[in-house]
Design a protein around this ligand. Structure first.
Ligand SMILES: Cc1cc2nc3c(=O)[nH]c(=O)nc-3n(C[C@H](O)[C@H](O)[C@H](O)COP(=O)(O)OP(=O)(O)OC[C@H]3O[C@@H](n4cnc5c(N)ncnc54)[C@H](O)[C@@H]3O)c2cc1C
Length: 487
């Protein structure tokens, strides 16, 4: 049998593209190496408790946003509930509440950091609104040829293009120009907020992207009942109900092109054929599996240009439910001293919803903590004492929680575990445990990001290293844009 499309990887990118293709009546096969779908935005069960694999915050369902589009287009019902505020940031042990309302947030920011911040945040919000307004309608972005440029020019308001000038200045330069760069706490706050969305700090992130990232919490954020796996299952069910197939435990070893067909070889020795291919893997993985010389050269070049990436160190904790009922579900704790060895300056803590009967069964709450891990290759060196380092960092994160949250007491811990960059390679097969996409730099303008189009007209790529980049909403958008490119 020859499939219309084979998708390698059932992460959010592959699922978003796969659902739309299944709706078009295409014969879709998704090959997924893991036992479950969702990759970095999924859940896993340990000792009977449901932990999130990576992502914990969820947005993108407001009008003009990608998950709203998918929900409408596919008629999906997601088991989700809105949360507001989405996040509390802690700095010097004081809470800073990221209210959804931009005006309420500006008041909070001015109360915390002083200065007149209105102009800065209003600009961020204006850019962010534009980003979401144009994200879905620019079907052929990043432009690859004259026809794509023509589409871009004829489908946009030229006045909107004026805001693109912010791609040439950094967030830090904008702050400087507005005389908001004198309070080191404010700069640290902005840097750490950007680290979790753009994977880099204000000096390196351009204002166009950075503004949208800084307004992440000014859109409706959601919680998925029973963990993100329940949200992901809405997609897998849809695909399977529309004649698509998903094969789990099917790790792709190589992709070749023979007699005008793609041949996809799995580690189990099976071979599947298709007319079109979408890979949903980080670009760093592609040279190892794509056995088509012109594409291999393209992906190798892509990876050589993007040498730096992050991994993550995470901890999962189950505690007796002694938490205040109204506690925010997501917290970023900005540390006075960086995490030893990792040198990251904040940790991100997410707590299961107080009314989540599935995850909280038995009177517990489930907590996920994560922080950035640089140079993940170190964790793969043969003489690296992974056991010891894991133990130290695990201890450190639990201490950090006890020190910052008065309600968190060690004696309430029911179960805990930790995962390292190596785990990311093992769980979701990301080379060297790289996660979070390509860190934003001033050298990358939106139109210079990796396109879903490749040197082969029927071979497409999506996922968090391809435009528009990381995050559940971003990757879902990437899946949608990939389908627009397919004839
Ligand atoms: C710790 C952490 C916290 C995060 N927090 C958030 C957050 O709060 N909110 C948010 O929106 N985003 C967050 N993100 C980012 C978000 O999770 C990712 O950007 C997104 O889920 C990536 O989706 P993807 O489809 O690109 O890739 P992945 O999720 O990595 O999916 C790729 C899939 O391909 C499979 N695969 C790999 N190799 C093969 C192969 N050879 N053959 C077959 N299958 C293969 C993998 O098993 C995986 O299922 C976080 C990420 C991390 C790591």
């Amino acid at each position: 049998m020859v499939y219309d499309v084979i998708i390698v990887g059932a992460g959010m990118g592959g699922l978003s593209a796969g659902s739309l293709l299944a709706k078009q009546g295409k014969k879709v096969l998704i090959l997924e190496a893991a036992k479950v779908a969702g990759g970095c935005s999924s859940s896993f069960i340990r000792k009977g408790y449901i932990f999130e694999s990576g992502a914990t915050t969820l947005m993108g369902f407001d009008e003009k946003q990608p998950l709203h589009f998918l929900q409408k287009e596919l008629g999906l019902k997601f088991p989700i509930t809105p949360i507001d505020p989405a996040m509390t940031v802690w700095q010097h042990k004081k809470p800073i509440i990221r209210y959804k309302s931009i005006d309420e947030w500006i008041k909070e920011a001015e109360k915390t950091f002083g200065g007149n911040q209105r102009k800065f945040w209003k600009l961020c919000y204006k850019i962010s609104e534009l980003v979401w307004k144009v994200a879905l309608k620019n079907k052929y972005f990043p432009p690859q040829n004259l026809s794509d440029w023509w589409h871009l020019i004829t489908h946009n308001n030229p006045l909107d293009a004026f805001l693109l000038r912010y791609s040439f200045v950094s967030v830090r330069d904008t702050l400087k120009k507005m005389k908001l760069d004198t309070n080191p706490d404010f700069i640290r706050f902005i840097d750490e907020q950007l680290m979790i969305t753009a994977q880099n700090t204000s000096e390196h992130v351009n204002m166009f992207i950075g503004a949208a990232m800084l307004c992440y919490t000014n859109y409706t954020n959601y919680y998925a009942w029973g963990g993100l796996i329940s949200f992901v299952t809405a997609f897998t069910n849809y695909i399977e109900q529309h004649q698509g197939s998903i094969l789990y435990g099917s790790r792709v070893k190589s992709i070749t092109f023979e007699n005008n067909l793609y041949h996809v070889h799995t580690e189990k020795g099976e071979v599947y054929q298709s007319n079109q291919i979408i890979t949903n893997l980080p670009v760093w993985n592609l040279p190892d599996i794509v056995d088509i010389p012109e594409l291999n050269a393209q992906f190798t070049k892509n990876t050589e240009k993007r040498k730096s990436y992050w991994s993550a160190f995470s901890t999962g904790i189950v505690i007796q439910d002694v938490l205040p009922k109204d506690i925010t579900l997501h917290h970023q704790i900005i540390l006075d001293e960086p995490v030893p060895f990792l040198n990251s300056h904040s940790i991100f803590v997410s707590i299961s919803h107080p009314e989540d009967k599935i995850r909280n069964a038995g009177g517990v709450r489930v907590i996920n903590i994560s922080t950035h891990a640089p140079n993940p290759e170190i964790w793969f060196e043969p003489d690296f004492d992974i056991k010891q380092k894991k133990k130290e960092l695990h201890e450190y994160l639990i201490n950090a929680l006890s020190e910052n949250f008065s309600f968190f007491k060690r004696e309430h811990i029911v179960y805990t575990h930790a995962s390292t960059p190596r785990t990311w390679q093992k769980w979701v097969y990301r080379k060297n445990g790289n996660v979070g996409g390509v860190p934003q730099t001033m050298g990358i303008k939106p139109w210079q990001m990796i396109s879903p189009v490749t040197a082969h007209k029927n071979f497409f790529i999506c996922g968090d290293t391809v435009y528009p980049g990381q995050g559940v909403a971003g990757v879902a958008l990437g899946g949608i844009l990939t389908v627009y490119r397919m004839k």
